[in-house]
Design a protein around this ligand. Structure first.
Ligand code: NOJ
Ligand code: CA
Length: 686
């Protein structure tokens, strides 16, 4: 063996290779190791878990449209190691206290011929690795046009993957469960027309979750995506992933002047699924809170004039114009009277916010090419905004604003300051934004650098006016809420709305989201549909879940803004609403109790000494035995449950539910019964 090694080394020397294993750094618990190396002057990194290679030598670097490539010919000019350990407190979130502990390595490498420097920063946490690039001002380039980021992740085996296509405009897909070698968005080809865009059928978007052939869980994502495009990942036939950045209209990937810093490229690594679910690494890679006063930021439940438009009970627009996407239901939803009904209901049911879509002028042009049709400050004649705000205030409720842009980001930017100022003057402190439509300026994409800049500008302007943001058709969540805690929730997934006007989300969808999209950040899924078939309005469409499943989603899918999405008349008098009335939206702790991606999951969350449990299953009926280890050992609790019963079944009897109370002891076992497409929701009170 030794002889072979010597032979091998001498061959490398003979062949003229110079291998410099420049640096090597491990996680605080020593389990994960990252090696940085210059091989023949080209930078590579490699990741090991407990001594076994997870990612083999993978390339780093850049190509430019206007500058020489930073790919080879490097020598190390400096390296620096640090260790960091700190605990910080979230303004709101899945848990209060967050430990930020890692070992860091900062490398500067210099390209001899060009004299240019590239900085690469590595951070190794106990649950993953992250790295980012830094292109310094000292390189003396006033314009930098990146044509390719060379980052690779060489996996070397055909792992199990949960993925969505690398669409440049949308994350609204069901997850595919395939082997790495089977990643291919071909079934989605038809989306390549219109405002959907999947230029590479082998590219996926992140978070990309995997279970390796050795049973380790991996998740690929990014953190702190600021002034840079979204990274999709191309799955290549040699079991490697390659970064593919979403381009500008002219094909350039990143535009910068003087210097730039990339987002963190993150790989979470854990032997247990709970390790991915409970990870804080994405948040930890973002800068600390920049807002001095956060007293106006408040997680809340909300209801509103929303689902009724999606199922066709009412329309967004009071005016009918051929070709608009605002549907042609007979009634306009956003009237003073209708809104008052929602306010009264919210006030009586521990719901703080009321969202009203269609409150403003311009909806008749939605989906058309008409320039600048929303001004964001003009209510329609049927919506008495000032009276409603006053009325809501007296009842302890507040209006949530709505800025649908139709994708016209340029128009929104022009009017942004005014729009936020207007809401601020009315005392509105949360806004839902939307980009349903192709982006204007024409040719830019929802996930390109232009839009990343735009979303950031909206977030910062909102912060300036004391407004929380709930972004639909957003850029992916990469943990910005740590820096701007007014960045509350986002869509960026197939949400409830798809059940209203498409084949709908299959039951397994909500058993995958917590381990994919959900790890990026809060999801505004808008759960809580009680009339699961809504036959009065639509006969073909339905929500593919049981009623208990809808309740469980308040625990399973985390969001600080959680909607009670159904119509008031469907909630009134239904005892199951008690769970929505009680369930909190801000937590001291969140745990994965049990789960298999795509099959089922059981999640427990704590607020003020009470625990809430949510469980959901896919299209299979099952019983799950769990240990109540999250409760105080030996202590007695009352478990108030909302469960599937013998009959509950998402296709046959979705409304069947058993509501009750029983005594349980911390540490004991319970069996959770789940019907097909079923769920279980419970509150544990000492
Ligand atoms: C799409 C959003 O996801 C949905 O929630 C909203 O109702 C419509 N756009 C209209 O803004
Ligand atoms: Ca949407």
């Amino acid at each position: 063996m030794r002889k072979r090694l010597i032979l091998c080394l001498s061959f490398l020397v003979f062949a003229g290779y110079s291998i410099l294993s420049a640096e090597n750094i491990s996680s605080p618990d020593g389990k994960i190791t990252l090696e940085f190396l210059l091989q023949n002057g080209s930078p590579f990194y490699k990741v090991l878990y407990e001594g076994k290679t997870i990612i083999s030598e993978s390339a780093l670097g850049y190509k430019f449209r206007n500058l020489p490539a930073l790919e080879s010919g490097f020598t190390v000019s400096s390296s620096k190691k640090i260790s960091y350990d700190n605990t910080w407190q979230q303004v709101w979130g899945e848990r209060k206290l967050i430990r930020e502990k890692y070992n860091g390595l900062y490398m500067e490498i210099e390209q001899k011929v060009s004299g240019k420097t590239l900085g690469i920063s590595f951070r190794i946490f106990n649950d993953g690795v992250a790295f980012r690039y830094f292109y310094p001002e000292s390189n003396g380039d006033s314009e930098i046009l990146v044509s390719d980021e060379l980052t690779e992740f060489r996996l070397g085996a055909d792992h199990q993957c949960w993925w969505i296509p690398g669409d440049h405009d949308s994350y609204e897909y069901h997850y595919n469960t395939t082997k790495f070698s089977e990643i291919d968005a071909a079934p989605y080809k038809y989306y390549q027309s219109g405002d959907r865009n999947i230029p590479d059928l082998k590219a996926v978007n992140t978070p990309l979750t995997m279970k390796t052939v050795n049973g380790l869980y991996l998740l690929f994502h990014e953190a702190a995506l600021i002034d840079y495009p979204d990274m999709t990942l191309k799955a290549r036939s040699d079991y490697s992933l390659k970064a593919e950045l979403v381009p500008w209209k002219d094909g350039v990937k990143v535009k910068a002047g003087g210097s730039f810093e990339s987002p963190w490229r993150v790989v979470l690594i854990s032997p247990a699924l709970s390790g991915l679910f409970e990870s804080n690494t994405i948040l930890n890679l973002n800068d600390p809170n920049k807002l001095e006063d956060v007293s106006w930021i408040e997680p809340m439940k909300y209801a509103g004039v929303w689902w009724e438009m999606h199922i066709g009970k009412s329309s967004w627009s009071p005016v009918k114009v051929e070709g608009s996407w605002a549907n042609d239901a007979p009634a306009h939803g956003a009237t003073t009277e209708n809104t008052k009904k929602y306010i009264d209901f919210a006030s009586a049911n521990n719901i703080k916010g009321i969202l009203v879509e269609g409150w403003n002028t311009g909806w008749e042009y939605w989906g058309k090419d008409t320039a600048g049709y929303f001004d964001f400050v003009t209510p329609t004649a049927s919506f008495d905004i000032e009276w409603l705000i006053d009325y809501a205030g007296k009842k302890g409720v507040e209006l949530i604003g709505h800025h649908e842009t139709g994708g016209q980001a340029d128009n929104y930017e022009m009017r942004l300051e005014n729009a936020m100022k207007y809401y601020n003057s009315l005392g509105i402190r949360a806004v839902k934004t939307g980009y349903a439509g192709s982006i204007s300026p024409k040719g830019e994409r929802h996930h390109g650098q232009y839009m990343v800049r735009h979303y950031r500008k909206v977030l910062e302007t909102a912060a300036k006016y004391g407004i929380m943001v709930d972004a639909h058709e957003p850029i992916k969540d990469t943990g910005e809420r740590r820096t701007f805690p007014n960045m509350m929730a986002r869509e960026g997934m197939k949400g409830m709305e798809w059940n209203a006007w498409s084949d709908g989300n299959p039951p397994e969808h909500v058993t995958i989201l917590p381990f994919t999209r959900g790890i990026a950040g809060p999801m505004d899924y808008t759960p809580g549909i009680f009339d699961l078939t809504f036959d009065k309005y639509k006969q073909k469409e339905r929500v593919q879940s049981t009623l208990a499943n809808q309740l469980a989603l308040y625990v399973v899918l985390y969001s600080p803004l959680q909607m009670a999405a159904d119509l008031v008349e469907n909630y009134e008098g239904n005892p199951a609403f008690e769970f929505i009335r009680k369930v909190p939206v801000d937590w001291e702790n969140s745990l994965l109790v049990a789960g298999e991606i795509g099959d089922y999951c059981v999640i427990a969350r704590e607020n003020s000494g009470k625990w809430y449990l949510g469980a959901v299953t896919d299209e299979n009926k099952r019983e799950i035995e769990i240990e109540l280890n999250f409760l105080e050992q030996g202590a007695e609790y009352s478990m108030n449950y909302f469960a599937d019963n013998e009959k509950s079944d998402y296709l046959i009897a979705p409304h069947e539910i058993s509501i009750g109370k029983r005594k349980v002891t911390g540490g004991s076992k319970i069996i959770i019964p789940l019907g097909r497409g079923g769920g279980f929701a419970a509150e544990f009170v000492k």
